[in-house]
Design a protein around this ligand. Structure first.
Ligand code: SF4
Length: 293
C-alpha cells in the first residue's frame, strides 16, 4: 500500500478529520497534468479569462469526502476570504498554483469517468475558492455533464456574481459553507460579506440543485446561540434543496501551515468544541427540522 498521506498536500477548506481523510485518499498532487509553462503573462491572463487554463493547487481521488461516491477533488488556487480557521492558507494566492490546461483536466475526468459512474461519484471543485476561476471550472463541469459524470462545487458562495445561471445548470450538488449567520460575525470570521452566500444558495435552490451546508463550530467565535439560530434559518430558507447540514468542530490541524507561511494565526490557542457544545448546536439545527451530520 502506498503511503496515502503524502498525496493530499491540502485538505478541503472545511474541516475534516485528517486521518480518516488520508485513509480514503488514493492519489493526487499535480501528477499527470501538462503545465503551460511557455505562456507569457498576457497570454496566461487571457487563457484564465476564457478558462483555457486554470490555476490548480492539487487534486486527489477520494471516497465519500467531498460529495457522494468516489470523486476527483480539484483544489483551485486563490481565495478572496481570509477565514480565521482556514486550514489551507497556502491556497490563498492564485499565482502560487500550477497552471493546468483545460484539455488536460477534461482528459483526467474522462479517464476516471467509468469509476465515477460505477460508484455514483464524480468531480468536485474545491479550493481555495472554486468560484475564483469560473470559466475553467464551468467548462470542466460542462464536459463532465456531457460524459454523464456527477458534478459538485465546494464553495463559500462569496463570489456569487462570478457564476451565471448557465454555469449553475451544470452543478449537481453544492457544498456550501455558511460560515456565520449575521454580517458582523461573518465579517469577523472571514473578512467578507455573508449576503452573497445566501443569494447563491437561493439561486441553487431555484435551479433545483442539491445543497449540503457546512458550518464550522468554533467556541466563542461562531458558537453563540444567536449565531447558530441565524445559520439554521438561512439553511431552512433553502427548502428542499438542502439535503443536510454538516457541523464541523474546529481543530488545529491547519496551524503548522500558518506558521510555515509566517502569517499571524488568530486562533493560536483556540480549542475545539466540547461534546456538550456540539450536541447543543446539532439540536439547535434539528429544531429547525434540518438533518444534521
Ligand atoms: S474560504 Fe478561503 S480563507 Fe476561508 S477556509 Fe476556505 S480557503 Fe480558507
Amino acid at each position: 500500500m502506498p503511503d496515502t498521506t503524502q498525496f493530499r498536500t491540502t485538505t478541503r477548506h472545511m474541516l475534516k478529520e485528517s486521518k480518516t481523510y488520508a485513509s480514503q485518499t488514493l492519489m493526487g498532487g499535480l501528477s499527470g497534468f501538462e503545465s503551460p509553462i511557455g505562456l507569457d503573462r498576457r497570454d496566461r491572463i487571457e487563457a484564465l479569462k476564457t478558462g483555457d487554463i486554470g490555476f490548480v493547487h492539487s487534486w486527489d481521488i477520494n471516497t465519500s469526502v467531498d460529495g457522494p461516491g468516489t470523486r476527483m477533488t480539484v483544489f483551485m488556487s486563490g481565495c478572496p476570504l481570509r477565514c480565521q480557521y482556514c486550514q489551507n492558507p497556502d491556497t490563498w494566492k492564485m499565482r502560487d498554483g500550477q497552471p493546468v490546461y483545460l484539455d488536460a483536466m477534461i482528459k483526467k475526468v474522462e479517464r476516471y469517468a467509468d469509476l465515477f459512474k460505477a460508484t455514483h461519484g464524480g468531480i468536485t471543485f474545491s479550493g481555495g475558492e472554486s468560484m475564483m476561476q469560473p470559466a475553467f471550472v464551468s467548462r470542466v463541469f460542462r464536459a463532465a455533464k456531457e460524459m454523464g459524470v456527477h458534478t459538485c462545487l465546494d464553495t463559500s458562495g462569496f463570489l456569487n456574481k462570478n457564476y451565471t445561471d448557465e454555469m449553475i445548470d451544470d452543478i449537481d450538488l453544492c457544498l456550501l459553507d455558511v460560515k456565520s449567520g449575521d454580517e458582523e460575525t461573518y465579517h469577523k470570521v472571514t473578512g467578507g460579506l455573508l449576503q452573497p452566500t445566501i443569494d447563491f444558495g437561493h439561486r441553487l435552490a431555484k435551479a433545483g440543485k442539491k445543497i449540503w451546508v457546512r458550518f464550522v463550530l468554533v467556541p466563542g467565535l461562531t458558537s453563540s446561540e444567536e449565531n447558530v439560530d441565524n445559520v439554521a434559518k438561512i439553511c431552512a430558507s433553502f427548502g428542499d434543496a438542502l439535503e443536510h447540514v454538516d457541523v464541523l468542530g474546529f481543530h488545529q490541524l491547519g496551524r503548522p501551515k500558518w506558521h510555515e507561511l509566517r502569517i499571524p494565526y488568530p486562533l493560536e490557542d483556540q480549542k475545539g468544541p466540547s461534546a456538550a457544545l456540539k450536541k447543543r448546536v446539532v439540536e439547535q439545527f434539528e429544531s429547525y427540522g434540518l438533518t444534521v451530520y
